[in-house]
Design a protein around this ligand. Structure first.
Ligand code: MF3
Ligand code: CO
Ligand code: CO
Length: 268
């Protein structure tokens, strides 16, 4: 592994140097471009494996490396989570049908830096209930992002997300969280998508982490299937997720994984 840079806070959170933002931007943009490009392939009749094959090729074409292939035995270039799958769906022979919604999550390594991002897509036409879930989940992520600035805490991020989601009578998944990243995939802290204002570690310039809320139309509980990866809602309700990798700046944050094409909506 490469030499770590910067120093650690008392909570073990790495404070990166200003020069490190460029590396994260480059990695984040590669992941975002791949999510832009895969959109054209998402349609009824396609398998999730075909989407993953395309992503694997794009990672190579863009001169990057997949962070997920070989990670704890995982063998795919993406996680693809359809309908009531909350996260870590394994690409396979599953054929998409009209109205299925799916999250595609890609993590790449470029020059040693990690870019981790996910978005929602739809096969065919977007059912109205699913559209509402997807919009609220996207907006919840940005409520969290708006709370990212030095002096605020991680609890402020979680609270912003939770209060927005629950205000729309949907639920925030507790069993999975965002994470620090940089020259490693998963580092401290756990970035919870719920919480109390002012709780948790204080945000400081140079922290790099993901925010990746999972929101369910029904109850928040999840279970992991026998494959040891696929997490589903216990009540089989629809689930959605968006993820950005961000870096804390002097007065807010930089989004490393914004779509260069301005794409985030499943029908764009
Ligand atoms: N990209 C996921 C995250 O947001 C992690 C996927 S790990 C895998 O943290 F092994 F399932 F790919
Ligand atoms: Co992540
Ligand atoms: Co991810």
């Amino acid at each position: 592994m490469d030499e770590p840079r910067g120093r650690l806070t008392k909570d073990g959170i790495r404070l990166h140097e200003p020069a490190d933002f460029a590396g994260m931007h480059k990695a984040g943009q590669v992941a975002a471009v791949i999510l832009d490009r895969v959109a054209a392939l998402v349609e009824p009749g396609t398998t999730t494996e075909a989407l993953d094959d395309f992503i694997r090729e794009e990672v190579a074409h863009l001169g990057a490396e997949s962070a997920t292939i070989g990670y704890r035995g995982y063998q795919h270039a993406s996680c693809i989570s359809v309908n009531h799958v909350v996260c870590h769906g394994i690409p396979g022979a599953k054929v998409l049908k009209d109205g299925d919604i799916l999250n595609i999550d890609v993590t790449v390594i470029v020059d040693g830096w990690y870019g981790d991002t996910s978005r929602m897509y739809v096969a065919g036409s977007l059912p109205r209930k699913a559209e509402r879930l997807i919009q609220i989940t996207h907006d919840a992520l940005f409520k969290g992002i708006e709370a990212v600035r030095p002096g605020n805490t991680f609890g402020d991020i979680g609270h912003a997300i939770q209060s927005y989601v629950e205000g729309h009578r949907m639920s925030v998944v507790r069993d999975f969280c965002g994470h620090g990243l940089g020259r490693v995939f998963h580092a401290p802290p756990n970035v919870l998508h719920y919480g109390r204002p002012g709780s948790g570690p204080r945000l400081e310039e140079g922290m790099f982490f993901t925010i990746e809320p999972m929101v369910n139309l029904g109850r928040p509980e999840t279970k992991v299937l026998a494959d040891d990866w696929t997490a589903v809602t216990r009540d089989k309700s629809l689930s959605a997720q968006f993820e950005h990798s961000v870096g804390v700046t002097a007065d807010g944050c930089e989004l490393f994984t914004l779509s260069p094409a301005g794409k985030f909506h499943p029908t764009w």
